[in-house]
Write a protein that binds this ligand. Structure first.
Ligand code: MG
Length: 345
């Protein structure tokens, strides 16, 4: 099998302001695996907070050990995935996993969701993310645009004082009728969370993502103990990485946000979904700032999720591929074999 690696610089439509800084360009990496009959494609998202760099991703993808591990039979997907070098970069492993799934699906002539027996009509509605914005008029304008197109609005919070966050949600509630969810990206203390979450529930927020810092186990425990049972579900995002990170969260969080770049790909994501269900957790399917390649790969799992947050490709102006789409707020999966993505030019 032939591996081709190329950089993919994605331009953000709006600078992304999170609790840990602002960015305008993301340096992702595309990988293509060609077996002489078909070409599978995958994407590695380079995400600031995970410590990924384009160089680390490319080093993994360009290593001869990887090429040797792929074998020569695209149908023996599990064998190839078992042999992948461990490597530090989960995003790079995810890219290879996507490309191998794409190749496998193309050989079998079916889209991935169909090979897994999933009903595409069961795909959860996908949220659209609104970044923090101190200009209230432009914040309201962006909320109105998003609400006209998407069934669920996700507000980024965690920028400082929780009272400012509450005010942002009040403004959003006043501006649009669409259901709201929030993501604090670990920006609150347990005390902040105890103060704001009941108020968010009163504003109709349907779930709260990553209220406390990723390693703040005591914070998660304090929230579970101190908040009423009928709270909006508390979903771990940064606190969840790969398959191994799920069992320790049982009893601490109400659900997990699975992202391919964090967990290492579709096979790991499917194992995490099975584990989460065994522990009675909700499942959210998320993405990074990614093109339609990685977003579509994740979208094939949307029929298994309670919540989808697959808007990474909608936040960029130069998506080189077409794939899954959000139509009337719901995820619409492509019919073509494998990932089902096609280049735009
Ligand atoms: Mg998040």
């Amino acid at each position: 099998m032939q591996i081709t690696v190329r950089p993919l610089a994605l331009t953000l439509e709006t600078p992304f302001k999170l609790s840990y800084g602002a960015t305008t360009v993301r340096e992702n990496v595309l990988v293509q695996i060609d077996d002489g009959t078909f070409t599978g494609v995958g994407e590695a998202a380079v995400v600031p907070y995970t410590g990924e760099t384009p160089a680390r991703v490319s080093a993994y993808l360009g290593d001869g050990a990887l090429a040797a591990a792929l074998g020569d039979n695209a149908l023996w997907l599990e064998d190839a995935l078992d042999r992948l070098p461990p490597g530090e970069s989960s995003a790079a492993r995810a890219a290879v996993d996507m490309a191998l799934h794409d190749l496998w699906g193309q050989h079998l002539g079916q889209p991935l969701y169909r090979l897994w027996g999933l009903n595409p009509a069961r795909s959860s509605r996908s949220s659209f993310t609104i970044a923090m914005d101190d200009d209230e008029a432009s914040y309201r304008a962006r909320l109105n645009v998003a609400a006209a197109q998407y069934g669920l609005i996700k507000l980024k919070l965690g920028g400082g004082d929780w009272r400012d966050d509450l005010e942002r949600v009040r403004i959003a509630r006043e501006t649009v009728d669409a259901p709201l969810c929030v993501d604090a990206n670990g920006g609150w203390s347990a005390g902040d969370g105890l103060a704001i979450v009941p108020r968010l529930a009163g504003l109709g927020v349907i779930f709260v993502e990553q209220p406390v810092a990723r390693d703040d186990v005591d914070g998660w425990r304090a929230l579970r103990a101190g908040l009423p049972d009928e709270r909006p579900p508390l979903i771990a995002d940064e606190s969840v990485q790969g398959v191994d990170s799920v069992p320790p969260l049982a009893g601490l969080v109400d659900g997990i946000n699975i992202k391919l770049a964090k967990c290492g790909g579709l096979r790991a994501a499917r194992r995490m979904i099975a584990l989460a269900r065994a522990y009675g957790m909700r499942v959210m399917l998320g993405c990074m700032v990614e093109s339609s390649v990685a977003v579509t790969a994740a979208a094939h799992l949307a029929p298994l999720a309670d919540f989808a947050d697959l808007d990474g490709n909608l936040l960029i102006t130069n998506d080189p591929y077409r794939g899954a789409q959000i139509v009337d707020g719901a995820v619409r999966l492509p019919d073509a074999p494998g990932l089902g993505v096609t280049p735009r030019d």
